[in-house]
Design a protein around this ligand. Sequence first.
Ligand SMILES: CC(=O)N[C@H]1[C@@H](OP(=O)(O)OP(=O)(O)OC[C@H]2O[C@@H](n3ccc(=O)[nH]c3=O)[C@H](O)[C@@H]2O)O[C@H](CO)[C@@H](O)[C@@H]1O
Ligand SMILES: C=C(OP(=O)(O)O)C(=O)O
Length: 418
Amino acid sequence: MGTCPVQGSKNVALHLYAAALLMRGPVTIHNAPAITDTAVCVEIATHLGAQAGYVGTDFHVTPPARLGDSIPAELGRRIRPTACFGAAVLASTGRIWFPLPGGDAFCDRPIGLHLTAMANAGATVENRHGGVDVRLTDARPKAFSMSLNTPFGPSLGATVTALFMAVRANGTSVLEDISVEPEVLHTVDFLNSAGARIELLPGNRAEITGVDELGHADCTVPADRLEVGTIAIAAAITGGQVLLTDTRRADLTPGFLDCVEAIGMVLHDQPDGLFVRMDDEIRPGEVVTGPHPEFPTDLQPQATTLLTQANGTSQVVERVYQQRATHTPGLRAFGADIEQEGNRLKISGPTAFTAADVEGNDIRCVTALVLAALAARGESRIAGLYHLARGYGALVPKLIALGAEITFVENDPGMIAP
Ligand SMILES: CC(=O)N[C@H]1[C@@H](OP(=O)(O)OP(=O)(O)OC[C@H]2O[C@@H](n3ccc(=O)[nH]c3=O)[C@H](O)[C@@H]2O)O[C@H](CO)[C@@H](O)[C@@H]1O
Ligand SMILES: C=C(OP(=O)(O)O)C(=O)O
């Protein structure tokens, strides 16, 4: 059995970095993940005039008396929460230009609801220079009410943007149908500990009374549930077992736990972490992604790889991003039997994988392909490692420490051969 540490959550950390820009005084965010997205956030904060840096696993930021008024296109296009960073600056200073966000491009990822939240708070919103120019008409955001729902469930990012506008608003705002993903709840705690007045109410509502200014606070990023899920699936797919330190069952969603336990995975808390093993063979199952606490979309590609090894027919239904299936061509190259119809994948297994040369074009796609290569006979070559670095600080070294044979291909830092 191997033991494996878990990094801080990428998706929580990114929203905390943005929230820190609303605060006065020095902020330290502990357990920050050592990923390229963290480095980009340091650069964005620095460009905005903050003193920002990353030492060990501590992200430090001290916002200036007045933040700058633009997020450089080359930085904002590299990460997903660019509009949240924009909202933090807008709520503080009344003006920001930001490019359209980046992050994974597995399908269209609109930000209309972020812009509606800014407009509801009294901003003019104009498309300019390939990005968005937003200005408040008054010195502070005005209080507003809105729903954060979309046809695909509540928007996580737009909930954070709306909260950022509301915490500095003149009056009390009411947000309906908010996302209650851990990313949002940790951001709420962080803002409240710096003096914000956000009250979460039953029925996914929030009532926020704006304050003149936020003080400062420190916080700790929770374990990355997506890294936990990924390594748990790696153990299951290779018939191994692993003790993931610094994490508990409670860090995972009921949607994920119910699904993988039905497939045959055993996960239980031990004093020093979460123990994971497979109970005999991998059983077929059904993955249906959805908003928290349902099965997270960011573990769907990895779960698809796992189900190719199940004895029978499985189904994956992607409800958050209806076209998140960039991993299926790569999995088919290993031999997977996957039929796709709209947002549904039908997977017939088990397939004995043979090695393949494949490329992943987004974080979880390339992760799913690394997992497939672990299950394949022979040496596979995987390109697209740049995407892995965006979200995992050390996934490959961790898999190697657990017994996987993986080497980085020389003169091509974007390629590995498991
Ligand atoms: C609720 C949810 O699971 N959110 C996921 C989403 O967060 P992220 O914040 O990136 O995306 P949203 O939560 O905003 O998007 C959820 C859904 O709403 C739609 N939408 C969003 C904004 C908008 O203005 N209009 C609109 O229609 C999106 O296209 C998507 O279908 O992607 C991240 C990266 O994969 C995941 O970590 C998050 O768990
Ligand atoms: C899609 C993801 O990230 P991002 O929103 O940063 O693109 C992810 O974490 O799986």
